[in-house]
Each structure stands twice: as structure tokens, then as C-alpha cells.
Design a protein around this ligand. Sequence first.
Ligand code: 3PG
Ligand code: MG
Length: 389
Amino acid sequence: MKVIDLRDLDLKGKRVLIREDLNVPISGGQVASDARIRAAVPTILYALEQGAQLMLMSHLGRPKEGVSIEEQPEVSLAPVVKHLAKLIDKKVRLVDDYLDGFEFGDEDLVLFENVRVNKGEKANDEALGKKLAALCDIFVMDAFGTAHRAQASTECVARFAPIACAGPLLISELTALEQALANPERPLVAIVGGSKVSTKLEVLDSLSSLVDHLIVGGGIANTFLAAAGNEVGISLYEKDLIDSAQALQNKVSVPIPLDVVTAKGFDKAETAETKAVSEVEKDDMILDLGPDSLAEINAVIKKAKTIIWNGPLGVFENEAFAGGTESLTREIANSSAFSIAGGGDTLAAIDKYEVGEQISYISTGGGAFLEFVEGKKLPAVSVLEERAK
Ligand code: 3PG
Ligand code: MG
């Protein structure tokens, strides 16, 4: 990776526009988990200390394009601005109307309102990218979590900005993952949880040729259970992907759950029951793994020298179905293996069980982290390489 590093540039008096990934969970108008904001802070403070005239931009969620923020206030970055200002103790102004230029005031820095309401953002529209580029002297890509998206605020803007460089967070994410994956100490174990196989099938496939053990959880595990001929009742699983799950089983060892926690529905925690997979009934929903499955997983983790983790094992937001994810989180935290974790739910689990200090590397990326692990080129990084030539 050969890109221009922000820290090699003179920022004094320059209009610096940084793309961050401040896409954090918001609940009741408050930031519910600020891991991504905290990760962006060193870059922001660095640019301020260097005398930049600082502009930040980010997306939040997946809003409707071309619809004003007044009409969809739930995707406003207002709670993020408030949280960030407090964290860094600076005056931060949220600017809604910036595409055709705006005036700086007495604030220390500005944050542009959710870039995903701009028409053309998702399509990586050239006219939009050019407008963003025209706002700055230096464009900084620091949003590792969004680097797998070729969108106007991540890719096109970098093509047209006078200078396009990488920020410290992006660089440290890429370096850490590159090092961890280039020559991993073995056994190498990957844990992929979450709800759907389809969105993660490609990564499971790439991982199967990279890792020694593949552990699956959540809806993914249900699909593997069904592929092995088990009843999965009304559980979340993907019928169409049973063949793919079987094919994967032939490539790498994937332990199939032995027991599970079921309930008669997603919101029927009072009916929670731990049972062997052979006892799952037609009206059962599998919402977590049981103790025997966890013992099987823990035995694999105990032998691991490198661990890659993305996704929870069950519906851990609900205490009745949190046992699997808690056990996994603690086992990884206690392991002496080099552990890399990434993804929104994964970070939430790490936060919930307060084990952040015991994970070797925590990535701010979810999809980007997985695509990197798959060996895919991240488009927002490719354009920076192009611009460094
Ligand atoms: C994420 O949370 O995965 C990143 O912020 C990217 O968001 P997206 O998946 O909506 O593109
Ligand atoms: Mg995503």
C-alpha cells in the first residue's frame, strides 16, 4: 500500500476535509456506543493542532437520498456532533447546507450533515464528488469502516481533490490487519456470527482456505444445522444456501452446534429452553448456543494462536440469549492468541463485557474488515494509491 500520509503534509491554514466513519448506534437521541468516534479523535486533534481549517464528513445509517434531514431527523448527525464536542472539548458546528460552499464561523471545526442524504452519494456520482472536492485543499480518507464502499464521499471526492491522502486511523487499521494476516501464527481460528450466511458467504469461502478452524454462530450456524439434516423450526436460516454450507464443510472443519437455546419466538424469552439439537421442535426458534456447543467452541479457541472474530453467536441484546456471546467474548479475551475483532455487534459485545483491553486488535470496520480479510481491494484505498503515484 503506497498512499500519501496526512502526517507528511503541511496543514497550516489549509482547508482540510476528513471523511470519518461516525456511523454509530443512536438510541433515544444519544450515542449508544462511541467506539468509532473515539477512534477518530486522534486524527481530528492532530489536524487541529497542525492549524488546519477543519471539515469532517460522515454517513449515519442508510437514509433516503435526496430527502432533507428535516424529513428524516433520525439520521441526523446532531447527537454525534454533541458527543464529539464533549469528547474533544472543542466547538463543533453541524453544517447542513455545504455542497455549494459555506462560511466558517467562530467554531473550531465543522461536521457536514449526513453525506448519504446527498443525491448521488451511493452511485458515486461524479458531479457530487467534484462538489465535495472543491470544498478542500486536502482530502483525507480516514473512514476504514466505509473504505469498502465506492461512494461520492469515499472514492470520487478522492479522485478530484487537489490532494488526497490517508489518515492515521485508516493507515493503522490497514497495517495491523496486513501484519496479522500476512503470516499468522497457527492454529488460525475464525469466528463468524451474525444473522445471514448470504452476506457472509464469500468471506466464509475465502476464510475456509485461510484458516484451520471456522466457527459459525447465529443465523449462519442455523443454516449449517439445517444442512446437516437437523430440524431448525422457525429459526432464521437460509434454505438457498444449504448446498453452499455443505460445500464449505468439505473444505474446512466447522463444528456444528450440539445444543442450543430456543424460544417460541424472538420476543418470547419466558419460553427459553436449552436443548440438544435433536430435540428442536417445529415451532422453536434457535436464539443462542447451549453449553455443550460452547464447550466445543472453547476447546478450539484454547488451542488457537490467532483469532479473527466478527459477529455474535446469539441474540445477545436479550439476557436470555446472551450466554453464547458472553462465553465467546470472555474466552477470546482470556486467550493468549493474537485476537482481531471487528464489526458493530462485535464491538458492542466487547463493550458490554468490558474486555476491550484484552483483545489484541479491535477494528472499527465491519464489512470493510471482512472484505479486507477476504483479500479484496478496498476502493477507497485504491484511489488513494492511484493519487499517490
Ligand atoms: C458499517 O457500519 O458497516 C459502515 O459504517 C458502513 O455502513 P454501510 O454498511 O451502511 O455501508
Ligand atoms: Mg455494514
